[in-house]
Design a binder for this molecule. Structure first.
Ligand SMILES: Cc1cc2nc3c(=O)[nH]c(=O)nc-3n(C[C@H](O)[C@H](O)[C@H](O)COP(=O)(O)OP(=O)(O)OC[C@H]3O[C@@H](n4cnc5c(N)ncnc54)[C@H](O)[C@@H]3O)c2cc1C
Length: 422
């Protein structure tokens, strides 16, 4: 048993595993207890809606480390174990079994959970959400036999599932409350690219549509009824019914903040943390999808629910737990794969925060970079089927200087030479 203090990590997924790894890499020789509610060793989620869902990746490939890594690094890994409470006075966490584990420092990497669709019938068996490897395996089985799939929500998960379902040969209808898929993240200019992509693959879209009910027969979902209009006097006219033998809901995730809230930590749409990933309790830290941390470069509190953040932010939290001087300021980054479209997005655009989108390359062929600008400064960039440019895109954003839109749009001008002003 290692000597020294005990660091407890709650949430044994990518974030938790990366923090444990960083603590050992940094030479921490105290006790590390990594506690996870899921029965599986820590794994990565992006393949769950892509290659793994489509049966094109081996199960072994999704794990962060092989099983032997944890004992080899003296990580006390408790799987299938939910932490039910944090006692900040006694500095201990309570487990569902009734056991307690004391900590000198505590890290919360509790992640996020899918938002449930609040309509009648949403609990019917056959209605699928996608967050865990078990969800992905169940959905893969469903897609293997479904001939008509309804996807509620045209965000990243919904669109990736739509692509997987089309690849599996099912007819797909995507139902989305906004007027375009991904509208909130990308804005109308670039969101249109994803609508065109999926339409070319014969996905049927119901945009600006609300789900009123999941229709079921004999306990299994048979479709989705859309909310209809209302007659004068407010009487529901009843809406269209879309039949489906599988209904997948991807309407977003909510940070898992219950433990933090019950313990009286600062919570505001995520566990609030400073740039060193410390919460309102100086011995408790938070990182990954669960955390809303202060971002020094962007000068705002930000909760990032993406893989790259879950890889890097917990490493910074681990260093901070060891007393190192940390200010986590990596730019938000994410990626997606749908059919033959691969993309990376870097940066952050606050809601309504851009005044211009510049495209560089061939949008029709879906080989381009899109830049979101405000006052001439690049806030974010998305490269679509164009590779090895992400570092340069990030440099443009980090530089915070004005770029010339005409030069930015010209693929013959190297990106660093598009910066013109202060
Ligand atoms: C299907 C899917 C596809 C994705 N694809 C992409 C992608 O293409 N690109 C991208 O950038 N991002 C993608 N993401 C997002 C990315 O996977 C997440 O950002 C990342 O998993 C967050 O890691 P995390 O460790 O912070 O939290 P999570 O992965 O959510 O893990 C949190 C863990 O904590 C556990 N836990 C919670 N509360 C407790 C408790 N009280 N006690 C014990 N354990 C607890 C949970 O069971 C869970 O295992 C995808 C996510 C999903 C679900």
């Amino acid at each position: 048993m290692p000597a020294g203090p005990t660091f407890v990590i709650v949430g044994a997924s990518l974030g938790g595993a990366r923090a444990a790894e960083a603590l050992r890499d940094e030479g921490f020789d105290g006790r590390i207890v990594l506690i996870g509610a899921e029965a599986h060793h820590p794994y990565e989620r992006p393949p769950l809606s892509k290659d793994y869902l489509q049966g094109r990746a081996e199960r072994q490939s999704i794990f962060v480390h092989d099983d032997g890594w944890y004992p080899e690094h003296d990580i006390d890994l408790r799987l299938g174990t939910a932490v039910t409470a944090i006692d900040r006075n006694l500095r201990q966490v309570g487990l569902a079994s009734g056991e307690t584990v004391g900590y000198d420092k505590l890290l919360l990497t509790t992640g996020a959970v899918p938002v449930r669709l609040p309509v009648p019938g949403a609990d019917t068996s056959g209605v699928r959400y996608l967050r865990t490897v078990d969800d992905s395996e169940r959905l893969r089985e469903t897609l293997a036999s479904a001939s008509r799939v309804a996807v509620v929500g045209a965000g990243w998960i919904g669109l990736e599932v739509a692509a997987a379902a089309r690849n599996a040969g099912a007819a797909v209808t995507v139902i989305e409350a906004a007027e375009l898929p991904l509208l909130g993240v990308l804005g109308p200019e670039a969101a249109q690219v994803f609508l065109d992509l999926h339409r070319e693959h014969d996905v049927d879209f119901r945009l600006g549509a609300q789900v009123a009910e999941i229709v079921a027969s004999a306990g299994a979902a048979t479709g989705v009824r859309l909310a209809g209009g209302t007659e004068t006097g407010g009487t529901e006219t009843g809406g269209t019914e879309i039949s489906a033998d599988a209904v997948v809901i991807g309407i977003g995730v909510a940070p898992a903040t219950g433990l933090a809230e019950a313990a009286g930590l600062g919570v505001d749409r995520g566990v609030r943390a400073d740039a060193a990933l410390r919460t309102s309790d100086p011995v408790i830290y938070a990182a990954g999808d669960a955390a809303r941390a202060y971002h020094p470069l962007l000068d705002t509190y930000l909760r990032v629910e993406h893989w790259s953040n879950a890889r890097h932010q917990p490493v910074a939290a681990a260093r901070s737990m060891l007393g190192q001087d940390v200010a986590y300021d990596r730019l938000p980054y994410f990626f997606s794969d749908q059919y033959d479209l691969g993309m990376e997005y870097s940066g952050y655009v606050p809601p309504g925060g851009y005044d211009r989108v510049v495209f560089r390359g061939d949008v029709g062929k879906r080989e381009f970079i899109a830049f979101w600008l405000s006052g001439g400064r690049v806030l974010a960039g998305m490269n679509v089927n164009v590779w090895d440019v992400n570092d340069q895109v990030q440099e443009l954003i980090r530089a915070g200087r004005r770029a010339d839109p005409e030069r930015l749009a010209n693929p013959d001008i190297p990106l660093p030479e598009t910066v013109t002003g202060a």
